[in-house]
Design a protein around this ligand. Structure first.
Ligand SMILES: [Zn+2]
Length: 187
């Protein structure tokens, strides 16, 4: 019973988040917006991030270099492995110890993963800010600003709250605020 209450709550909260997003950004969500509301389906629906591919600027190159120097992908993967191990443990405990059916265990796992995903996004955002800070130091303010303007033009401007739930990358608005102390693009 509790499982189904929580799933309904999830759908309700995601619907509110989606409506809020459509209102603020005045942009259509398309078919993905509907798919994002459905439990389990929303685990695999991709979120389009760009309207068009941004140019490879020197800032972007240095940003990627920052990720490498700071060993970000290793840390990310370690965290993924840790989460996966917890998930396997949780799933087998559900089935073996609590006699949950397979589909119930999958649904519980889906719900339990939501806060972990949120935390993971927050962790990734911090890595992106670190890589931005690295690039900013390397190329300077002018180039960083130009790159942010370019990225803002290419990016689909999600709100901060929406992005924190669905994106591993912070929005350009947040990134520019961090490094330039000035919001470029977004809301
Ligand atoms: Zn990055």
């Amino acid at each position: 019973m509790l499982l189904y209450i929580l799933l309904c709550l999830e759908i309700a909260l995601r619907t509110v988040l989606e409506i809020r997003e459509r209102r603020i950004t005045q942009m259509r969500g398309g078919v993905f917006a509907v798919l994002r509301l459905i439990p389990l389906v929303n685990d695999i629906v991709p979120l389009p991030e760009n309207r068009k591919e941004p140019q490879k600027s020197q800032f972007v190159e240095k940003h990627e270099e920052g990720h490498r120097v700071l060993r970000h992908s290793v840390l990310r993967n370690l965290m993924k492995v840790a989460f996966l191990m917890v998930a396997v443990w949780f799933f087998s405990a559900m089935v073996v110890r609590w006699n949950a059916s397979f589909i119930e265990a999958v649904l519980w796992l889906h719900l339990a993963a939501i806060p972990f995903k949120w935390f993971f996004n927050w962790y990734c955002w911090n890595q992106e800010f670190e890589a931005d800070a690295y690039a900013f130091k390397e190329v300077g303010k002018q180039k960083a600003k130009a790159a942010m303007q370019e990225l803002a033009e290419c990016e689909i401007p999600y709100t901060k709250l929406f992005a924190s739930v669905y994106r591993e990358h912070p929005t350009v608005a947040l990134r520019s605020q961090r490094i330039l102390k000035k919001v470029i693009g977004g809301r």
